[in-house]
Design a protein around this ligand. Sequence first.
Ligand SMILES: Cc1cc2nc3c(=O)[nH]c(=O)nc-3n(C[C@H](O)[C@H](O)[C@H](O)COP(=O)(O)OP(=O)(O)OC[C@H]3O[C@@H](n4cnc5c(N)ncnc54)[C@H](O)[C@@H]3O)c2cc1C
Length: 407
Amino acid sequence: MIPDSEFGRIVEPSDEGELAAAVRDARENGTPLAITGGGTRPIGRPVDALATVSTTKLSGITAYSANEMVATVRAGTPLSELQAALDDANQRLVFEPIDHRDLLGTEGTPTVGGMVAVNASGPRRFVAGACRDSLLGVRFVNGNGEVVKNGGRVMKNVTGLDLVKPMAGSHGTLGIMSEVTLKVQPRPETEATLALRGLLDVDAISVLAHAMATPNEVTGAAHLPELVAGSVLDGELGSGPATLLRIEGFAASVGERSEKLKAMFASLGDIEDIDADRSQKLWREIRDVKPFADHRERPVWRISMKPSDAHEAVMALRMEAGASAFYDWQGGLAWVRMEGGNTMSGLVRKAVQDNGGGHATLIRATDSERRFAVPFQPLDKPLAILEKRVREAFDPQGIFNPGRMVA
Ligand SMILES: Cc1cc2nc3c(=O)[nH]c(=O)nc-3n(C[C@H](O)[C@H](O)[C@H](O)COP(=O)(O)OP(=O)(O)OC[C@H]3O[C@@H](n4cnc5c(N)ncnc54)[C@H](O)[C@@H]3O)c2cc1C
């Protein structure tokens, strides 16, 4: 798959002033702009642009206070640079952002701006929040070429709206971020994972719900059905279903909480212990959708629903079309690969709608399918009106990543 980041002229501003000037220039000339960081996350429709703004030169950590647990980073900074600084201070990003490269077959150096732009969040999201929830501040250039920062300039037409949160998940359609401020967190001493074996989806989801209802502070709750389980940890789990519970914290407390959970589910059969190193690898693989990172173009959907509903939607998809799936977030997030090679958009949206509703996003598909599909969940009318108003206020001429989120 091609990262759709190369459109005509490439502009690489090296500071916010140059970035704002480039946007004013584009606005005056009516030039639609594609925005790219590392080009590793071409999610949504291909962009129809005439020039590309690259954030590569807007790089570097501006301020990082481990004591205050806050980092301010320029948008084009490689995520690896931020993560190295956090590692040195034994801290981390709590939202465990997904790395899309293996799933989407992209290459490049992922950036912090791209991570925020797609609101990249992983397995811990269901207890610790999304990237958006760790985002304390953002500086960006709006469609009028003005520098906007939270607590600074008030944008007319959107007075009273928190300008920070909408930027996370806006896929570069509201403004070009130049700098973001993120909350960070101390790294726990250790972690462990319990694997219950052989459960059907419906029983596994019930186990995950029961585990979450205890005070054992589970921070990862996933279920890998039959065959899918074999594609993580180098096949070590075998192909039988695996229902996974992660516990993090001080070693003694992790041990104690594991024992309590094991006692609780002892009657369900064997429970395997997965030690800290393998647990880290396992959750990284779940985060990065390793079971479907197969270098093929079979469509992959990310479906977010009530934990009690998602497996019903998956069942409907399995019955009506070939589909493989696994679950994260206590069953509330289903990653679904359509085995027939067609996005089956209508069927997917109907399965979600008929089973309690939720959000389905087409994450992987060929360029031509992405162009004709509706990759993001269509909004209800009142929300769509609000979204349109926000878009018009941020980017009146629609010059940023045109077409990416809406046709
Ligand atoms: C060592 C290492 C470890 C990593 N670990 C993780 C990890 O733990 N979790 C994880 O998720 N990822 C990880 N990554 C990958 C990384 O988080 C993401 O892939 C990366 O942040 C995505 O950014 P991008 O620049 O590639 O996005 P792109 O694909 O360039 O952009 C994504 C979207 O955002 C828009 N966009 C990009 N920049 C801006 C901006 N400044 N303003 C407005 N819109 C913008 C684009 O137009 C596009 O629509 C890791 C990478 C490395 C190298």
